[in-house]
Design a protein around this ligand. Structure first.
Ligand code: NDP
Length: 334
């Protein structure tokens, strides 16, 4: 397993991170979740990503329990704040000072940890002054509850504004967590160039387009049993945007490219995002330990330029590139 630096910081993280959105505390049983975490550790993954909102806190609890007994210094644990949690009252959401301070305490309690390595703003909050958010993050860092600060799905301008304020407050934003895959490239035009200037890495989610780029969904055929596309607790909804027959048909054209490189399609998809030098890690999910073992073999794989361009030809118009798709909900009304 290879390591990369997180932004301009000195923190090294594994280039494949295990993430537990939709799985822990929801799609899969706790014993399977623990086996997936142990498969990740066995394969050399030391970086783990979760969020307070995943399964309304249950995902952090399951991950914390699965990691119990591991040497804390040998792990990098990431969590997030912003989306509604608990009873979802007016202050149980967003990036106000109140919610950030209460949010970090709740996350640490559920994870059974004294600190997280990376605390991330899960979206941009249009309702809270950015100064208030950044000052609260600075205080979380000074209290030793998080070592580094990151954000998720922020636009290029939001990253610039946030980094300028962070500098004044005495810390740096080290990462942004956007969706990125061969099918979803909206960060390439604006977010990546701004991030390079600002010393910010991308920590990318859904590198396999939620499993679609593994090639297991065939056009015109029912989704395999137990897959995310059959998960009625949430997965079926979130994956639906990629499930059109024309997209699935184009994805099948990647199979010969993967075959000639001696890779599984899942590994090709993960190696594809890691080819972007601004990407520090691919956040990969799994519903079974065997998937983790397969996916980690993408670490260190370099896809030759010829195959990179054939991937573009195969996916053609199915690729989303519009930078305006980097969005956070809501606006402040008063
Ligand atoms: P992926 O694109 O890696 O999809 C993972 C899913 O694909 C698995 O749960 C599994 O689903 C399927 N899969 C995994 N490996 C294989 C394989 N080898 N062959 C076939 N199918 C496979 O990423 P996710 O969408 O899960 O996102 C990863 C992480 O990113 C999350 O856990 C979270 O940490 C983060 N994230 C962050 C967001 C944000 O807003 N910041 C939003 C979403 C995710 P199944 O077996 O059920 O089909």
């Amino acid at each position: 397993m290879e390591y990369r630096y997180l932004g301009r910081s000195g923190l090294k993280i594994t280039e494949i991170t295990y993430g537990n959105w939709l799985t822990h505390g929801s799609q899969i049983e706790n014993d399977v979740a623990a086996s997936c975490v142990h498969a990740a550790l066995d394969a050399g993954i030391s970086t783990f990503d979760t969020a307070d909102a995943y399964a309304n806190g249950a995902a952090e609890e399951v991950l914390g329990t699965a990691l119990k007994g591991q040497r804390r210094e040998s792990l990098e644990v990431f969590t997030k704040v912003y989306w509604p949690v608990g009873p979802k009252g007016p202050n149980d959401t967003g990036l106000s000072r109140k919610h950030i301070m209460e949010g970090i305490n709740g996350s640490l309690r559920r994870l059974q940890m004294d600190y997280v390595d990376l605390y991330q703003a899960h979206r941009y909050d249009h309702e809270t002054p950015l100064e208030e958010t950044i000052q609260a993050f600075a205080d979380v860092v000074r209290a030793g509850k998080a070592l580094y600060i990151g954000v998720s799905e922020w636009s290029a301008q939001q990253l610039r504004d946030g980094q300028a304020l962070a500098k004044e407050a005495g810390f740096a934003i080290v990462s942004n967590q956007p969706q990125y895959s061969a099918l979803w490239r909206v960060i390439e035009a604006e977010v990546v160039p701004a991030s390079k200037e600002l010393g910010i890495s991308q920590v990318v989610w859904s590198p396999m387009a939620q499993g679609v780029l593994s090639g297991k969904y065939l056009p015109g055929q029912p989704a395999p049993e137990g897959s995310r596309a059959t998960d009625e607790k949430g997965g079926q909804n979130t994956i639906s945007g990629f499930m059109a027959d024309d997209v699935l048909t184009r994805v099948q054209k990647l199979r010969p490219i993967a075959d000639e490189l001696g890779l599984k399609m899942s590994q090709l998809a993960i190696a594809w995002v890691l080819a972007n030098p601004n990407v520090a890690t691919a956040l990969v999910g799994a519903s079974r330990p065997e998937q983790v073992a397969e996916n980690v073999r993408a670490s260190g794989v370099k896809i030759p330029a010829e195959q990179m361009s054939r991937i573009d030809d195969a996916l053609g118009t199915s690729v989303e590139r519009d930078p305006a798709k980097t969005q956070s909900p809501g606006t402040r009304v008063a």
